[in-house]
Design a binder for this molecule. Structure first.
Ligand SMILES: [Zn+2]
Length: 502
């Protein structure tokens, strides 16, 4: 069985999450549901990043310990993922004992190898981002990630030899551009490669909220170095290599584009130093609010709990996953969320099902057990289905979720056209065989549609499958074959799955 290992970033425990983080995790959940339903041995990792100066200071301000602050926010993260129906396999915390131990193993290994050395550290520090930059990396003298003020700092501490791995990483990226997706992000990193691979300080001595260096206990490990190792420590590196080898390399590290450098040039250098194969990184764009970037610092956020409360889980999942195209940024808007829900989920998905089940009951007493003979119209619909299914799979395999969803919605629109043309309301009770043939075709099409929508809106898909008497463990390879709807079942009209939102 082929494996598929997916990770989200570790969310930083200094504050609450917004729609951007929610999107990253929902995207991950949809991809993993799809892969699992396609028969992969999947592993879905998420978690929390808990060390560093920012946490240390935020906790001090609230008069609690950093651990207490982390615990509070971890409960909140887990509550949100549960609410949104996110099914991860593991939640790693960077304060977990096994993680800290494995981080120390890695540090020692790199120190012994000579890839970590003591030196004088001078850089521009952005405290909110916990990032350090050289002159060339700054944007107009400000932090290139958040645009905030940076501070010049000098300290004696330990460095990681990124520069040593510059050439090999350049070669590897050249020979496999798919290591960084989509292509626009790959190009961005290739353009930065020459100027951004200086050796990097990976320890701090002015506070103690972090993993202590095994070779110098007066210093703690830089939070980014410790946190990024989670992708390998969570699956066993370096003392459970059986588990590690089962899943590594990650098939996709899902991230927002603001942390691309850390997840590529920085992370790839560490992996090269450890002699571990490189993973694939996928960076999505931003959700914008009134044209600006949504960030925890700007205070302009949309609270995901409030959104679920107002609109429900699947409408939110559907909107977020169908609207943000790879490579671009998209404006978040509640009006668009409502519009999308009404025109697609209510008018097309819910109404098609409800209308058809109503006719099955009205004309055929809930049974499809007639002599079903397909005409050209049905053959054409099946051909259309096969085309759209192929489109759906190709796009989902390439993480192009909006295009995969479009393929499904286009097919649904085709089904609606077919209902109007085939006109089961005309053959009605007079020609039950013909009416059954049409309604069987529609319900079978809807069954396939709901399977394809399952990774995006799992609760809704399960509800539809239940009404079509075929709710089982989902196996897309088998279930997406045409003709698996049970003719012998009794189909009942029910309340519509969705009602319009105002
Ligand atoms: Zn910053």
């Amino acid at each position: 069985m082929a494996k598929f290992y997916l990770t989200t970033p570790l969310y930083y425990v200094n504050s609450k999450l917004h729609v951007g983080h929610t999107y990253t995790t929902l995207f991950s959940d949809a991809v993993i549901r799809y892969k699992k339903a396609m028969g992969f041995d999947t592993f879905f990792l998420t978690g929390s990043d808990e060390h560093g100066q920012k946490i240390f200071e935020a906790a001090r301000e609230k008069n609690i310990t950093p651990q207490q602050l982390a615990d509070e926010n971890v409960s909140y993260f887990k509550e949100l993922w549960k609410l949104l129906n996110v099914k991860y396999d593991k939640f790693i915390r960077t304060t977990d004992e096994y993680h800290e131990k494995r981080v120390r193993d890695v540090l020692q290994k790199l120190y012994n190898k000579g890839d970590i050395y003591k030196g004088k550290y001078e850089a521009y520090h952005c405290i909110p981002c916990e990032s350090f930059w050289n002159e060339k990396q700054l944007t107009d003298g400000k932090c290139p990630t958040c645009g905030g003020e940076v501070k010049w700092e000098e300290q004696e501490n330990y460095f990681f030899k990124i520069s040593k791995y510059k050439d090999i990483i350049r070669e590897k990226l050249k020979s496999d551009p798919n290591l960084i997706r989509p292509r626009i992000r790959y190009n961005e990193i290739m353009g930065k490669l020459d100027d951004s691979m200086d050796d990097k300080s990976i320890s701090r001595s002015h506070f103690d909220w972090g993993v202590r260096l095994p070779f110098d206990d007066s210093q703690v490990c830089y939070v980014w170095f410790d946190a990024i190792l989670n992708y390998i420590t969570a699956i066993g590196y370096s003392d459970d290599m059986e588990m590690f080898n089962r899943y590594w390399p990650a098939d996709i590290h899902v991230i927002g584009k603001d942390i691309l450098w850390f997840h590529t040039l920085f992370w790839f250098s560490i992996l090269e130093a450890l002699d571990i194969p490189l993973p694939t990184v996928y960076a999505h764009g931003y959700w914008l609010l009134k044209g600006g970037k949504m960030s925890k610092r700007s205070g302009v956020v949309v609270d995901p709990f409030e959104l679920v409360d107002k609109y429900g889980i699947d409408p939110l999942r559907f909107f977020l996953l169908s609207e943000l195209s790879e490579g671009s940024d998209t404006e978040f808007s509640e009006e668009r969320l409502v519009g999308k829900f009404n025109t697609e989920l209510v008018n097309i998905v819910s109404n098609t099902l409800h209308r058809t089940l109503t006719m099955v009951e009205k004309y055929l007493d809930g049974s499809l057990d007639y002599i079903i003979e397909n005409t050209d119209m049905e053959d054409k619909l099946i051909a259309e289905y096969e085309k759209r299914r192929e489109e759906y799979i190709r796009n989902f395999d390439n993480f192009k979720l909006p295009q995969a969803i479009d393929a499904v919605m286009d097919f649904l629109r085709y089904i609606n056209g077919y209902i109007n043309d085939a006109a089961p309301f005309k053959s009605g009770k007079d020609d039950k065989n013909r009416t059954a043939a049409i309604l069987y075709t529609v319900l079978e099409a809807v069954r396939n549609v709901s399977l394809m929508l399952y990774p995006i809106i799992p609760d809704t898909a399960n509800k539809i499958l239940e009404r079509l008497n075929c709710k089982n463990k989902i196996d897309l390879k088998k279930d997406l074959e045409w003709g698996r709807l049970d003719k012998k079942s009794i189909y009942k009209k029910d309340e519509p799955i969705f009602m319009r939102l105002k």
